[in-house]
Design a protein around this ligand. Structure first.
Ligand SMILES: O=C(O)CCC(=O)C(=O)O
Length: 289
């Protein structure tokens, strides 16, 4: 296995590795590399069947689709026969039925942050990707936190933010009424998390807010909350905290939703088809705790 960094804030590329056959020691080293690279690995040239991807994802922890369910609107996008894989695709089958969620995540977000136990790792495998376009951007929320003044860090540390699937469902412009179910809004998809959390593996502080799912800061007027969150989102998207991934077929990306957010870019017409496995995290804990 050969590792090279992709950007100072986050990302490492791994070549000459077959994730289907890693020993426990090799897996531990890969996981350490993932943490050292700010929670983003790009593992090139993997030959994965659906079951290979799920088996590998289980090494990170329990999966959505198995130990817990996704929100209802996602269920139709799961791979038939393999509910731990979420299909991201703009393709349709011969009868015009979508083969996945088209233009998924074309807004900045950390996966499933609206749950008490949100997503830990997401493992996205590019089966068919456009020759150009359809990149995915990643921002390091821990590098962004480190880039704030001490005064701002101190202000943020005791704060809590409400995360709600409704934010993306209503305001991202990517969900039609037909995409959504009343069960999406039944209360399970809304939770309050600290704004600054302690990463459970690195123990470092990291911001944990994102424009896709964070609704507001607790205890603030809406205008105050919008202004402060708006500033943080702008700060997190500064180029020095962002890596933009240009996909190659058979890339497996593993990102850590506990210290990154990402945004898919909807700038292509060519076919795009990917499978995502999503690992369940522990409930985030405040950096102050
Ligand atoms: O399609 C992509 O590149 C990313 C999709 C996404 O945002 C997600 O799976 O959470």
């Amino acid at each position: 296995m050969h590792v090279s960094r992709l950007s100072p804030a986050l990302g490492a590329e791994v070549i000459n590795s077959d994730i289907r056959s890693l020993s426990n020691d090799e897996f531990a080293r890969l996981r350490q590399t993932w943490n050292e690279a700010g929670g983003l690995l790009v593992i090139r040239n993997q030959q994965l069947e659906a079951d290979d991807q799920v088996a590998f994802a289980r090494r990170f922890g329990e999966l959505f689709g198995e130990a817990d369910q996704f929100q209802e609107s996602v269920l139709k996008n799961l791979l038939p026969g393999q509910p731990a894989l979420y299909r991201v695709s703009n393709k349709v089958d011969s009868s015009g039925e979508p083969l996945g969620r088209a233009r998924a995540g074309t807004y900045w977000h950390s996966d499933v942050s609206f749950r008490r136990q949100p997503a830990q790792a997401s493992l996205l495998y590019g089966i068919e990707v456009p020759d150009h376009g359809g990149d995915t951007q990643f921002a390091s929320l821990s590098a962004a936190y480190n880039g704030l003044s001490e005064a701002m860090q101190t202000l943020l540390q005791p704060l809590n933010a409400v995360h709600d699937f409704r934010v993306a469902a209503v305001s991202s412009g990517t969900y039609s009424t037909a995409d959504l179910n009343s069960g999406d809004f039944d209360g399970a998809n809304r939770w309050t998390h600290p704004v600054v959390v302690r990463h459970p593996e690195t123990t470092k502080p990291t911001l944990y807010v994102n424009p896709g799912f964070t609704s507001h800061l607790e205890g603030f007027e809406r205008t105050e909350s919008d202004a402060l969150l708006g500033y943080l989102y702008q700060h997190c998207q500064r180029p020095e905290f962002v890596y933009r991934h240009r996909w190659q077929p058979r890339d497996l990306l593993i990102w850590d939703n506990r210290c990154t957010m990402h945004c898919a870019i909807s700038d292509y017409t060519a076919d795009r088809y990917l499978h995502r496995a999503t690992v369940i995290a522990d409930t985030p804990v405040s950096y102050m705790a």
